[in-house]
Write a protein that binds this ligand. Structure first.
Ligand code: FE2
Ligand code: FE2
Length: 179
């Protein structure tokens, strides 16, 4: 991965963090304890749900950056079909992420039940399947090729813009929580 551009490294790191989150989720909903509903008294279970809620919000920000900034640039360099395809995948994943987040919040606020857990597992599996394929596609078609797709100055400016937006957003939400 040493040939990633600055923006490529930023996007790759965000994809990697998402991957870690989703792999942990998949292990919980399909692994050896999948038939045991999440237990809010279990620190690992609770942390998984809390991290999922935050992580899904970060994915929304990541996707918004791609849709409004990165994909239009792909169109500018003739990769229209790819930009359209990746945007369609975002649109398909949006409602799945929203549903999964709502179920995670519901369990955190109202506790787990067999029905709620089953719905959560289904939503998690559905979202994870779509997301994994999407991340793989973006990594191989966009992230690893930004050096040829974007001018180095544009790449640098976008890397800066993304990290500023992302970290500014985090600081803002922390300040909001503290207030
Ligand atoms: Fe994406
Ligand atoms: Fe992405």
């Amino acid at each position: 991965m040493s040939d990633l551009t600055e923006l490529g490294a930023v996007m790759h790191e965000e994809h990697f963090r998402t991957l870690v989150l989703i792999c942990g989720l998949e292990n919980r909903v399909t692994g050896e304890f999948a038939d045991r509903p999440i237990d809010l008294h279990d620190v690992e279970d609770r942390t998984l749900l809390e991290n999922l809620v935050v992580g899904l919000e970060e994915i929304v920000g990541h996707n918004a950056f791609e849709e409004t900034v990165l994909f239009p640039l792909l169109k500018d360099v003739g990769a229209d079909d790819l930009a359209v395809l990746l945007t369609q995948e975002h649109f398909a994943m949006g409602p799945l992420a929203k549903k999964l987040r709502a179920l995670a919040v519901e369990i955190l606020e109202q506790g787990s039940s067999t029905d709620r857990w089953t719905a959560f597992c289904d939503a998690a599996t559905d979202f994870a399947t779509h997301l994994m394929l999407h991340l793989q596609k973006e990594e191989t078609t966009v992230v690893q090729h930004l050096g040829t797709l974007l001018d180095p100055d544009v790449d640098h400016a976008l890397a800066l813009r993304r990290t500023t937006e992302r970290d500014g957003g985090k600081l803002g939400s922390q300040a909001g929580k503290a207030a």
